[in-house]
Write a protein that binds this ligand. Structure first.
Ligand SMILES: Cc1ncc(C[n+]2csc(CCOP(=O)(O)OP(=O)(O)O)c2C)c(N)n1
Ligand SMILES: CC(=O)[C@@H](O)[C@H](O)COP(=O)(O)O
Ligand SMILES: [Mg+2]
Length: 583
């Protein structure tokens, strides 16, 4: 049946009793493709029936459907004409893993970061009223972890005093990537059990509340949606689903099967890789090191907004549950909470993915840097992250942090440097510091070396030559080292380490020695290392050539990290070509 559904229009030709069969086929199709192509499995399996019901009842794309985060929208993509290209999902040149306006008329809003759907749908609904399109429907589908974020509440609060044609559907599966946290989770559990005290919170916010209903019961979903379709103004439907529905292992191990990698399509068994001989992930170096340090330093606190597994702060949460906090999808709160703790002398490691820290920019400036509170930011997933693409690349942190007074910024070149800067930071620094490191594995198997203090603001020469100076920050230095292997290049390679404070003594000597400087970074060249070196060189009237390699002034697509590094020109092959050009 699925083969014949090339649009929601075709879907609407089916009878309601044909829909359960379609949901089986859609679920199976998602499982089959993801078993070899990888992606966000659990969330998409959980909303198969909801996806079918929404496109069946509503007149999409005229009615506007917005998926929050969008990692659950695979069924939506498949039913809206992208079945035949779904195997290209998240691959370079293929379709995006998230809804994207430029990809389809049915993708009404670009997503990737959570909790934007209510504001975006409300914006569309108000615009529709102003344009005389009173019949147009606007639907935001948001998960139980995403609705707990501040931005979602801002949207609900505004919507409740409008007559906007807005339907908010809470897809409540009682888990985010990791278990949902906070008081709202307790409230939602009570609503499900019928034991919520006093007024329903959504009714209190002036929404017409319906539910909770079983989100896998197609006839019930269709009946509820048809009823809500006729009601004007802000409405709320509470739907209960199971993450990973239809694949036993995915239902049982919901954290692992959020994005399980490759697996057996029949049994769901993951294709386990032997990783024992591989260098560790930077995340695990962070996770184990913070436990080691927190054992000695009782003032250490760990904070993550909703990514305990991804960041590996889970190790500290297991070992020191009183001193490690998962605050939910609440980056702004995480930063100001850290600031509050720092005023009381706690040594706070606030671990946030580089891309998600963008949400908390004012908090970094106003609550941390302006008061010069020594919060230790660990910016995970800095640089290119791969298949999640432009919404998730950690492309901007060097640039957006560099302009903030008092901030120190450091990028370790390897696992040992990450350990040592964490050690150094918890000894006590006069300023806040951001430590940025990439997604995935490093290069050093034997990484658990005794701690050594790092000298703040000092860069190092890692390879000495005469003709060109290559300056890098963080892990891309290894691309430069690889580029020079087995080549007779007479060049120097410098690990700048600190973008701020930058090692001006080292730079002064580099300017005196070399006529060509190549800078390499895995962040935007607008405001990152390249800009800092160029500015300083200008101030010092440097007469040589400076070439900056890094992320150009555009959004970078999705693909493997290696493919993208090749595309932006920071792969060893490309660096080698640039060196040869100047030699
Ligand atoms: C601002 C922001 N912070 C963190 C994330 C990472 N993230 C993606 S999905 C997710 C969990 C979402 O849970 P929920 O809303 O309950 O949806 P479900 O996965 O259960 O369908 C998180 C934390 C994100 N996408 N955006
Ligand atoms: C959808 C989302 O935002 C997360 O699931 C994200 O894809 C996690 O990325 P990592 O796999 O790098 O933890
Ligand atoms: Mg959820």
């Amino acid at each position: 049946m699925l083969d014949h559904i090339d649009s929601p229009y075709a879907l609407r030709q089916l009878s309601i009793d044909q829909l359960p069969q379609l949901s089986k086929e859609l679920r199976q199709f998602i499982i089959t493709v993801l078993s070899t192509k990888e992606g966000h499995l659990g969330a998409s399996l959980g909303v198969v029936e909801l996806t079918i019901a929404l496109h069946y009842v509503f007149n999409t794309p005229e009615d506007k459907l917005i998926w929050d985060v969008g990692h659950q929208a695979y069924g939506h993509k498949i039913l809206t004409g992208r079945k035949n290209i779904f195997h290209t999902n998240r691959q370079k040149g293929g379709i995006s893993g998230f809804p994207k306006i430029s990809e389809s008329n049915y993708d009404t809003f670009g997503v990737g970061h959570s909790s934007t759907s209510i504001s975006a749908a409300l914006g569309m609904a108000i615009a529709a009223n102003l344009q005389g399109k009173e019949e147009q429907q606007h639907i935001a589908v948001i998960g139980d972890a995403s609705i707990a974020s501040g931005m979602a509440f801002e949207g609900l609060n505004h919507a409740g005093v409008t007559d906007a044609n807005l339907l908010v559907i809470l897809n409540d599966n009682a888990i985010g990537i990791d278990p949902s946290v906070g008081a709202l989770k307790k409230y939602l559990t009570n609503v499900k059990k019928g034991t919520a005290r006093e007024e329903n919170i959504f009714e209190a916010l002036n929404f017409e509340y319906h539910g909770p209903i079983d989100g896998h019961d197609l006839p019930a979903l269709i009946e509820a949606l048809k009823k809500l379709q006729k009601i004007k103004g802000p409405k709320f439907l509470h739907v209960i689903t199971t993450k990973g529905k239809g694949l036993a292992l995915a239902e049982k191990h919901q954290i692992t099967y959020h994005a399980p990698g490759k697996f057996d399509a029949l049994t769901g068994e993951r294709h386990a890789k032997d990783t024992t001989q591989l260098p560790p992930k930077y995340q695990d170096v962070f996770g184990h090191t913070i436990v080691e340090l927190a054992t000695i330093n009782k003032k250490i606190i760990g904070i993550t907004p909703a990514m305990p597994t991804g960041s590996s702060l889970k190790y500290m949460i297991e070992t020191f549950p009183d001193r490690a906090f998962d605050v939910g999808i609440a980056e702004q709160h995480a930063v100001t909470l850290s600031a509050g703790m720092a005023t009381q002398g706690m040594v706070v490691f606030c671990n946030i993915y580089s891309t998600f820290l963008q949400r908390a920019y004012d908090q970094i400036i106003h609550d941390v840097a302006l008061q010069n509170l020594p919060v230790i930011f660990c910016l995970d997933r800095a640089g290119l992250v791969g298949q999640d693409g432009p919404t998730h690349h950690g492309a901007f942190d060097l640039a957006y942090l560099n302009c903030i007074p008092n901030m120190m910024i450091y990028a370790p070149k390897d696992e040992i440097a990450l350990r040592n800067i964490m050690y150094t930071a918890q000894l006590g620094l006069p300023n806040p510091i951001a430590i940025r490191y990439p997604r995935g594995r490093g290069i050093t198997i034997d990484w658990k070396q005794p701690f050594q203090k790092i000298e703040i603001g000092k860069g190092h020469c890692v390879q000495k030559g005469k003709r060109i100076a290559v300056l890098s920050i963080g892990t891309p230095i290894h691309h430069a080292i690889t580029a020079t292997q087995n080549k007779a290049y007479d060049i120097s390679i410098y690990d700048i380490g600190f973008l701020k404070p930058i090692d001006t003594v080292l730079l002064d000597s580099i300017f005196k020695t070399y006529e060509v400087i190549i800078t390499i970074e895995d962040g935007t060249i607008k405001g990152g290392l390249g800009s800092v070196i160029t500015d300083y060189a200008f101030a010092k009237a440097y007469k040589g050539i400076i070439t900056s390699l890094g992320i150009p002034d555009k959004f970078i697509t999705h693909g493997t990290t290696e493919e993208l590094q090749e595309e932006i020109g920071i792969s060893p092959t490309h660096i080698s070509k640039v060196i040869e050009k100047y030699l």
